[in-house]
Design a protein around this ligand. Structure first.
Ligand code: UDP
Ligand code: MG
Length: 315
């Protein structure tokens, strides 16, 4: 493999950023190695991203560029997988195309791997968090929950901005799951990972593709991919409720002589039925959610479908 360092760049509606990123990335990488490549994954952008990427590819035959166009928007996780699949480098960095993650940091991560043969991957974590308030709180809770209930450990600050040695990339490519959650996958494959801080910049142009509900769904995917604890919850809940119910029955027998017992009992029963019914529905819902994931997985559909791939010849 002649390429030393690949940058994998997922792009969704980044028309005004791709050229900026291209210049910045080339400038940074050329100071490090001339054996680098850029793997852009156009994740079904609705703006002019596709044409801009094709134009860069056509205008720069001297630079190793691969452009993968998806048939539609498959999401960032799918774009990362496609990028890793097409990357040919000994080191591979996953980096956003919106200039929030400085390409110089990719060079720094590459240098770190050069100097530390015993380290397999370098993860860049944001030294400055831009989010405040509610979102921040939600994210923190999410990591608390997922780390408590699953076998893998996820670091809150860890991002998918990281540089991997070839063996880590190959390990990731062997994970066939449809519902991908990169942070969990990185943690699942293991390897010795070093963390470096970086300063998150503002987006060069455009807006973030995430909103609260998209993140919530992503969080559920993450939890469901790494633990079956929610599936076992009804067992504990059911056991607890049975015990409480039995005690309640005995107690009811003892207070039988109370006044207006029938009226109180009527309301209590109605509430109890609601409660039990609700809990049963929640349990069924949890099963349904997991079965839904199994259903998608057994259909064995590909994580992404490519429309076109442009690349440079092997040498
Ligand atoms: N992205 C993608 N597919 C999507 C959403 C986002 O490839 O469906 C890319 C996007 O173009 C950017 C990166 O993933 O390069 C991070 O997205 P964004 O900047 O919206 O996320 P944030 O930085 O706000 O977490
Ligand atoms: Mg961004």
């Amino acid at each position: 493999m002649s390429v030393k360092h690949s940058l994998v760049v997922p792009c969704y509606n980044e028309q005004d950023n791709v050229a900026l990123f291209f210049d910045a990335a080339c400038r940074a990488m050329e100071g490090y190695t001339h054996s680098f490549e850029l793997v852009f994954v156009n994740d079904g952008s609705k703006d002019d991203t596709a044409d801009r990427l094709n134009a860069l590819y056509a205008a720069h035959p001297e630079i190793k560029i691969t452009v993968v166009h998806f048939a539609r928007n498959f999401g960032k996780e799918a774009a990362i997988l496609a990028g890793l699949t097409h990357a040919r480098g000994n080191y591979v960095t996953v980096i956003d195309g919106d200039m929030q993650q400085p390409p110089e940091k990719a060079v720094e991560m590459g240098r770190f791997l050069d100097e530390h043969p015993d380290i397999d991957a370098v993860a860049a974590f944001p030294a400055n968090r831009r989010e405040k308030g509610f979102m921040r709180w939600c994210k923190r809770k999410f990591y608390k929950v997922i780390n408590r209930v699953s076998d893998v450990t996820l670091v809150e600050e860890a991002s998918d901005f990281r540089t991997l040695r070839r063996k880590v990339v190959d390990a990731l490519l062997r994970l066939p799951e449809y519902h991908r959650f990169s942070k969990g996958l990185f943690s699942f494959v293991g390897f010795r990972t070093h963390a470096l801080p970086y300063d998150v910049a503002e987006r060069a142009t455009g807006t973030t593709k995430w909103n609260f509900f998209k993140l919530l769904r992503y969080a559920f995917d993450g939890i469901m991919a790494y633990t079956d604890m929610p599936l076992k919850l009804p067992l504990w809940l059911g056991g607890f409720m049975s015990v409480v119910g039995a005690i309640g029955l005995i107690a009811a027998g003892i207070v039988k002589l109370c006044d207006n017992f029938a009226v109180v009992m009527g309301w209590a029963l109605a509430a109890l039925i609601m409660l039990v019914g609700g809990l049963i529905l929640v349990s069924v819902g949890v099963m349904g959610a997991y079965i839904g994931k199994i259903h998608t997985q057994v259909k064995n559909r590909p994580v992404f479908i490519t429309r076109d791939v442009y690349s440079y010849p092997e040498d």
